[in-house]
Design a protein. Structure first.
Length: 125
């Protein structure tokens, strides 16, 4: 007798249940009552080790399945880290910009011109 084809969603749901997160958050008895779509909906893909914002790709080696609650917490931490990185880069860029600007721009003219003594005349007392 030929075995029936196992759909990809069913294979994915089985794989997710075998991960640490799947075993921790979904008890065996509950998983028996759930459909493959329900199991998959409890997980989200996370870009790890290289965040998408930092140039991470959508390749399998850079994607990790996380339970939806863990992914939300990690995203909150990542947003703070990305904002700090952006502030540091902006501060460095501003410093470099101002240094190059100062080197290329001559001193501005004084608002009040200096008044040197007239040349060639002698002053009387």
């Amino acid at each position: 007798m030929k075995r029936a084809h196992i759909p990809m969603k069913t294979k994915l749901a089985a794989a997710l249940l075998q991960t640490d997160a799947g075993q921790h958050y979904i008890p065996y008895l509950h998983s028996k009552l759930m459909t493959a779509d329900q199991i998959i909906s409890l997980f989200q893909l996370d870009h790890y080790p290289i965040r998408h914002a930092d140039g991470g790709t959508d390749e399998p080696w850079n994607l990790t399945w996380l339970w939806i609650g863990e992914h939300r917490e990690k995203t909150k931490r990542d947003v703070k880290e990305m904002a700090k990185t952006k502030r540091i880069h902006l501060r460095e860029w501003r410093g470099q910009y101002h240094k190059s600007l100062a080197a290329n721009i001559a001193r501005p003219k004084r608002k009040i011109p200096s008044r040197p003594f007239p040349k060639g005349r002698k002053f009387r007392r």
